[in-house]
Design a protein around this ligand. Structure first.
Ligand code: PLP
Length: 489
């Protein structure tokens, strides 16, 4: 190997392939397809090599498939999958959807080749340990001094576990959540036989603290669920005030940060960050749920629940005659309501966080552009005659509506933008979402709209991809263009 120092302009890349590969980036999106393909090929080859250490064996012929049949079926699959929305594209600003980071795909596929089950250490020691590591990283991000937690297959299941522990802790008391909380809370309360109470929201879509205090004073509440980023509007309940209030009444606090949890990384009150106080206060709460499959760049099947008091494990303990033979350690299956779970999900998150750690400069830098995009688009909307901001974005979710006198006209124009945008040719298409509001919610925000319908749809955009930042002006123009088609209707 040459040791002569050389400057980049004299060095030829061919002369040093190792250096070249070291400098290649794992890119997201179509530009990264080569690197992803190479990495997956390596994963398959290395896994096969590890498998061969156990000695070769003949796979059973019942599992054989014809190469032609495989080619045909996979071609059919690829063709069928074209019937999809382009979640990956910056012009997709509809629902909370985006593809995983290639690192997550590599982590998932690599681990999945052996299919570990994170129910128990016996199901896959490597991925079970990775799960403990990533859960510790999440706990550290939230500032938990100690924790008990695990990954789940979704935010819904994670919230179910938090409410299950809430019930075990306060068996005869109700759970309060805001009227804009995720519908899971009402559903899970029903499932657990708990009384669930929806606390009204104020004009910014967050929990009304006065109404909450009235409820707390009544004495029947055992747990309050604060939402750090509502699914509809991205509204962040004032967790810091809620926790202070709840402590006075001896009430538990669970934070549903399924969507907003990773904004903790940019909760710094800066011009392109989010308000710090509610996110910092999560550290003092009893439990928190976060969805790595939303803002954590993971494929679906990755939620997480964390408890501040490791002693809640006592609520889960059970004996199983067929698992747990290798260790005295608390197994993931002993602290989780679910049984089988993909070890691959833990490997995917572990690998992603190795490359994009839970720091402001790591994953935080992935969230900041979406936050900037929401604020920039909000400014465009406020400056325009044709659109109005429904409320100021607190995270990266934007709610807005066409300027019309009547709610029925707003509904019609919003629906037009939604449906016509999707029907445009692929290279010009636009994907937004709608959000249903009622007259009272509009009036509370000071919007003067004639409520000729009980409720109607406005526009909603989730700006969760960093690339969207550079599309804000053109997205705004596109919405205006689509709206202008509705003026004479
Ligand atoms: C998405 C979401 C949930 C549900 O999580 P899933 O992973 O979809 O089951 C719960 N709460 C909030 C605030 C969410 O945004």
């Amino acid at each position: 190997m040459a040791t002569t120092p050389h400057t980049p302009d004299t060095a030829t890349q061919e002369a040093d392939p190792q250096r070249e590969s070291a400098e290649r980036l794992l890119r997201s999106g179509p530009a990264g397809a080569d690197e992803l393909g190479d990495q997956l090929r390596t994963a398959v080859a290395e896994t096969a090599s590890w498998m061969s250490e156990y000695g070769g064996f003949a796979p059973h012929p019942s599992l054989d498939v014809e190469a032609d049949a495989l080619e045909q079926a996979t071609a059919e699959l690829r063709a069928r999958l074209r019937d999809n929305y382009p979640f990956f594209h910056p012009r997709y600003v509809g629902q909370m959807l985006k593809p995983p980071h290639p690192a997550a795909v590599i982590g998932y596929v690599t681990a999945m080749l052996n299919n570990p089950n994170n129910h128990a250490l016996d199901g896959g020691p490597a991925t079970a340990r990775m799960e403990k590591e990533v859960v510790s990283q999440l706990a550290a991000m939230f500032g938990f001094d100690q924790h008990l937690g695990h990954l789940t297959s979704s935010g819904t299941i994670a919230n179910l576990e938090a409410l299950f522990v809430a019930r075990q802790t306060h068996p005869d008391k109700a759970v309060a959540y805001s009227a804009d909380a995720h519908y899971t809370h009402a559903r899970m309360c029903h499932l657990l036989g708990l009384k669930g109470i929806a606390v009204p929201t104020t004009a910014d879509g967050t929990m009304d603290l006065q109404r909450l205090e009235e409820l707390l004073r009544s004495g029947g509440i055992g747990t309050v669920v604060a939402t750090a980023g509502t699914t509809g509007l991205g509204a962040v309940d004032p967790v810091h005030e809620i926790v202070a209030l709840c402590r006075r009444y001896g009430v538990r606090v669970h934070v549903d940060a399924a969507y907003g949890g990773f904004f903790r990384l940019i909760a710094d009150d800066s011009s392109d960050g989010v308000a710090a106080a509610p996110f910092i206060a999560i550290a003092e709460c009893d439990s928190v749920v976060i969805d790595p499959h939303k803002h954590g760049l993971q494929p679906y099947g990755c939620g997480a629940v964390l408890f501040n008091d490791p002693d809640v494990a006592r609520h889960y303990l059970h004996d199983s005659p067929y698992t747990y033979f290798t260790s005295d350690e608390l197994h993931l299956g002993e602290i989780s309501l679910e049984c089988s779970r993909a070890g691959a999900a833990a490997a995917a998150l572990w690998l992603t966080l190795r490359l994009l750690p839970l720091t402001p400069d790591g994953l935080g830098a992935v969230l900041r552009p979406g936050r900037r995009a929401a604020m920039a688009w909000a400014e465009h909307i406020e400056a325009s005659e044709q659109l109005n901001l429904y409320q100021r974005p607190q995270l990266d979710i934007l709610s807005y509506y066409p300027t019309r006198d009547r709610l029925s006209e707003i509904d019609r124009a919003s629906t037009h933008v939604l449906t016509r945008g999707m029907q445009l040719p692929s290279e010009r298409s636009l994907f937004v979402a709608t959000y249903t509001v009622d007259a009272a919610a509009l009036a509370a925000r000071g919007h003067h709209v004639q409520a000729d319908l009980p409720h109607g749809r406005i526009l909603r955009s989730v700006l969760m991809k960093p690339e969207t930042e550079h599309y804000v002006s053109s997205l705004h123009q596109q919405v205006l263009g689509l709206l202008s088609e509705t003026v004479d209707q």
